[in-house]
Design a protein around this ligand. Structure first.
Ligand SMILES: [Zn+2]
Length: 198
């Protein structure tokens, strides 16, 4: 083979490699859902089809307020919680929802009670938001292990605080170790905690 021919072959090889490299990145299919195994909470991402019957669909985005108030906890939020609960169980932690969906009436009652206890609307709001602000009546907030399980219950909540992001769940406030919301896409980092609700 002459030098000119070798150059040509090498040149062609480089072009082939370059062409092969970039389209692979460009055609990577977007993730359409995250599926969690019901038994273990193990998660896998899917780019087509839907989750198996042995899995729970966790969704592929943060879960936000709907257009109208629901009458129960958001089903996909519940699926995230159940997936996390199964994974926590494997690590010896028990998770329990002590308050999830609340009607607007119940939230108002709790808020009024908090005003009496804390002395002002402003102080009360750090612990119980008024109905129009709280995410509990929107079915996208849960309180876990609050008042149950003692130190063990708190440890389980700490596990969720650390690992919840894998299921799209985040602890939201520094003053409430028990309050979680479906704030992120499963696997994404949770935003920094807010000092308290307001
Ligand atoms: Zn709460």
């Amino acid at each position: 083979m002459k030098v000119g021919q070798i150059k040509l072959v090498v040149g062609a090889l480089v072009v082939t490699l370059l062409m092969g490299a970039s389209p692979a990145v460009a055609t990577e299919a977007p993730i359409i859902d995250f599926c969690a195994k019901k038994t273990s909470g193990k998660i896998r991402a899917i780019t087509e089809g839907s989750c198996k019957t042995s899995e729970r669909s966790l969704g592929a985005s943060p879960i936000v307020r709907g257009e109208t108030h629901p009458t129960e906890l958001n089903p996909q939020f519940r699926a995230r919680y159940e997936a996390a609960k199964a994974a926590a169980k494997k690590k010896g932690h028990n998770l329990a929802i002590t308050s999830g969906y609340r009607s607007l009436e119940r939230q108002e009652m709790l808020y009024q009670r908090a005003i009496k206890r804390h002395g002002s609307a402003e102080e009360a709001s750090k612990w119980v938001l008024p109905p129009e602000k709280s995410n509990h009546p929107w079915g996208i907030a849960i309180d876990i292990n609050y008042g149950v399980g003692g130190t063990k219950g708190k440890k389980a909540a700490a596990w969720l605080e650390k690992n919840g992001y894998q299921y799209g769940l985040c602890r939201r406030y520094e003053n409430e170790w028990w309050h979680f919301e479906p704030m992120v896409t499963p696997g994404q980092k949770c935003p920094p905690m807010e000092p308290y609700a307001s």
